[in-house]
Design a protein around this ligand. Sequence first.
Ligand SMILES: NC(=O)c1ccc[n+]([C@@H]2O[C@H](COP(=O)([O-])OP(=O)(O)OC[C@H]3O[C@@H](n4cnc5c(N)ncnc54)[C@H](O)[C@@H]3O)[C@@H](O)[C@H]2O)c1
Length: 418
Amino acid sequence: MSEGKTEGMTRRDFTKLSAAAAGLTILSSGRAYAANNKLRVGLLGCGSRGSGAATQHLIGNDNVELVAMADLFPDRLNASRQKIAENKDERVAGKFKVTDKMCFTGWDAYKKILETDIDVIIEGTLPYSRPKHVEAAVEAGKHVFTEKPAAVDPTGIRQFIAAAEKATEKKLCFVAGTQRRHQLNYVETIKKLHDGAIGDIRMMRVYWCGGLPFVHDRAPNWSELEYRIRNWYAYCWVCGDNIVEQHVHNLDVANWVLKAHPVSVFASGGRAWKPMEAKYGDMYDQFSCDYEYPNGVRVFSMSRHWGKADGGVFEVAYGSKGESKCMDMMDSPQEKMVDPYVQEHTDLGNAIRGVTPYINEGVQVAESTMTAIMARMSAYTGKVVTWEDAMKSDLSIVPQEFDFTKPYPVAPIPVPGM
Ligand SMILES: NC(=O)c1ccc[n+]([C@@H]2O[C@H](COP(=O)([O-])OP(=O)(O)OC[C@H]3O[C@@H](n4cnc5c(N)ncnc54)[C@H](O)[C@@H]3O)[C@@H](O)[C@H]2O)c1
């Protein structure tokens, strides 16, 4: 009899049967979760979204505990820890079990939290550091919830995709913060669009035209690098520019509806509202994009942060038999709608426990992020960019080393053709 086999049955089959008898779910990763076994959760990146996501993970799941926290800066971690600890919601209170020795700060905080016995990591840091964190999390055998976008450049996208594929091999669940994918009105409508509700879809318009974003003033004790990271929505290497950071949500809907990523893009952009001041960094405040998808389908997109201007955040699909706002054909009653920021965590928890099938949204969020990055590349250079070229590109904009004593000058504003 070969190693690992009993009569007509592998050891894995036998383990599965015993586990079923005991009410356990065995994942291919070999870990077992009983319905009453508590999943141990860690939060990496204790800012506003990370703190929200950790809280929503507790709201959306029974039998979980938040046991560890990590952040680059102690003040961010402490503020988040206090805020979640003081949450009076009964679905949160009692699930917060973070002790001093399970709090980690500094550049290697991500390594330390991943060395603990947590089952799930919530990655809520910033896009510049996400590929490295997600790669390390999968390497450490953790299930992943990660915020969007996946990365800021093609090099980071390839690293992120490799980690997502590794997660599939290790059967580690992986959910991304593109919450429309977990929002019932989108889910039901897009299913109908896929079933032909508006015929063949020939064109889409996807827009994120919002107001001016936050700008933090620089505190006297902050180095240049600390200011870049705290005032992150001003620097391309930290967040990827507004099209990557924000508009990725709408571009993700286009890729979802069309079941594809673009073939090429022709984009333009610039700065109208953000004057050439240091506090506004090196980003554009507007992008207009003309995407080509397979079979000649076109997607027109706008990503913008302007003050005192008309705005709108939406996606519309135009088909041979009609049009849809991509969330306007829900059959379920409105009361069935759960906050998608909670639903995405329930969906992750259920998949980890085997209540629902294995889930991995890694490649999907990476492709939606790449859809945004290729348009930024086109707008910055004034050239048409193909998917193939973007995926092969060596463009890497994140600094190789982080040192609070070193200068991190602001890059010049990109001028197409220059
Ligand atoms: N899905 C959504 O609707 C949604 C909404 C808001 C924000 N987000 C995303 O969430 C992410 C965080 O946004 P935020 O508004 O919470 O920002 P934030 O600045 O409030 O939080 C980011 C946190 O990450 C920490 N951090 C940065 N670099 C780190 C590193 N190398 N190691 C450890 N910690 C590090 C920062 O100190 C900070 O506490 C962004 O990627 C953003 O796009 C998503």
